[in-house]
Design a protein around this ligand. Structure first.
Ligand SMILES: NC(=O)c1ccc[n+]([C@@H]2O[C@H](COP(=O)([O-])OP(=O)(O)OC[C@H]3O[C@@H](n4cnc5c(N)ncnc54)[C@H](O)[C@@H]3O)[C@@H](O)[C@H]2O)c1
Length: 347
């Protein structure tokens, strides 16, 4: 019989419902508590998953003895406080992406984990998907040689969320870069072997989100009057091993199609995530290698499985808190560079 794990959920909105779907499927995992400042969201959640304990304040919830772990599913500005409170109470924590509003907050979370009996896991899922795992095995076998360049793209033609607080810099920390760029950056960084970022340069543009929509948009009208984030971010990260990562992320850009992909270029080979393909030279020929079969599963499910296995001590997580911190440093560097108008160092 597997070790039982009793989970509490802080922030019971969209992503919490998705996480709960998987938690409820795992043997000997029980959702024992839910916490939200929205009564409506909380009651929808606890009714759907028959959750026995409810809280409005996470500081009360983390004191619950009959709870081993919490998942933090609140908006970005509210990641650090519940994470630190839960770690101080000795609980294991998984925090949704991005780790925090900035690297200073992320560092405080890592420090809290070091002083806690609980462990902190970063809720990244793209690295755990079938395509990324397939490519990672090739990278681990050295088929790319030294990785020189990663190219990350998370580009939406007109994908400004019309719900939530995604357009508000003070609550989210930024726009498409921190919200969707983060996904493809964490995946590419993982595939590269997580080199240490040392410098960033970027430029950000806002030219559509902060004014009345000029065209129909798939998600309807957004709140353009409170929109303070970038529409389009373009940047470059330099790493201590000489490799670089380019990033393009948009909520709105005049492009034909949305793009969500990354590509690695190494001395011995390259690869692209979607569809997963390896490019190399063999027998005097440039060849492209595609998997004949790939496992079929949802990366979000795998992220929950990975966390629970770590809590049970079955295997260490593939999404440690330090991965979240490193990505956060890159995001901070890109935003700081755009503000300063020059390349900035990443400490
Ligand atoms: N991994 C992914 O693919 C993915 C997808 C979507 C969202 N997310 C992340 O998940 C987080 C939440 O996003 P969402 O789409 O679920 O948002 P959401 O607005 O649907 O849900 C957030 C919930 O947090 C609650 N909340 C706010 N402040 C709170 C507090 N102090 N205490 C308790 N609850 C509080 C809100 O009332 C709301 O119910 C964000 O950080 C987002 O970036 C990740």
């Amino acid at each position: 019989m597997a070790q039982s794990v009793r989970v509490g959920v802080i922030g019971t909105g969209g992503i919490a419902l998705r996480q709960a779907q998987r938690l409820a499927q795992i043997e000997d995992v029980e959702i024992v508590a839910g916490c939200d400042i929205s009564k409506q969201n909380l009651s929808r959640f606890v009714e759907a998953y028959e959750v026995p304990h409810t809280f409005e304040d996470f500081n009360d919830m983390v004191q619950l003895d009959a709870m081993d772990a919490v998942t933090v599913c609140t908006p970005n500005f509210m990641h650090k406080e519940p994470t630190v409170a839960a770690l101080k109470a000795g609980k294991h924590v998984m925090v949704e992406k991005p780790m925090a509003m900035n690297a200073q907050e992320a560092q405080e979370m890592v420090d809290a984990a070091e002083q806690s009996a609980g462990r902190l896991t970063m809720g990244f899922q793209y690295r755990l998907g079938p395509a990324a795992q397939t490519l990672k095995r090739f990278v681990n076998q050295g088929r790319l040689g030294k990785v020189l360049v990663a190219r990350c793209q998370a580009l939406r033609r007109r994908g400004i969320p019309s719900w939530g607080v995604f357009g508000r810099k003070e609550l989210q920390g930024g726009g498409p870069l921190i919200d969707i760029g983060v996904h493809i950056m964490e995946c590419a960084h993982y595939l590269m072997g997580e080199p240490t970022p040392v410098a960033a340069s970027a430029q950000m543009f806002t030219y559509l989100g902060d004014r009345e929509p000029a065209a129909e948009a798939p998600w309807g009208a957004w709140d353009w009057q409170t929109y303070t984030v970038e529409d389009l971010a373009v940047g470059l990260i330099r790493f201590d091993n000489g490799a670089v990562m380019s990033v393009e992320a948009s909520f709105a850009a005049h492009i034909k199609d949305n793009v969500f992909n990354c590509q690695l270029m190494g001395e011995g080979g390259g690869c692209v995530l979607h569809p997963p393909t390896l490019f190399t030279d063999e027998a005097g020929t440039m060849i492209n290698i595609e998997p004949g079969y790939m496992a079929d599963y949802e990366s979000m499910d795998k992220k929950i499985d990975d966390w629970i296995a770590d809590i049970r001590g079955e295997r260490p997580t593939q999404c440690p808190a330090v991965s979240g911190l490193n990505v956060q440093k890159m995001l901070d560097g890109l935003y700081a560079s755009a503000k300063a108008g020059r390349e900035v160092a990443i400490e």
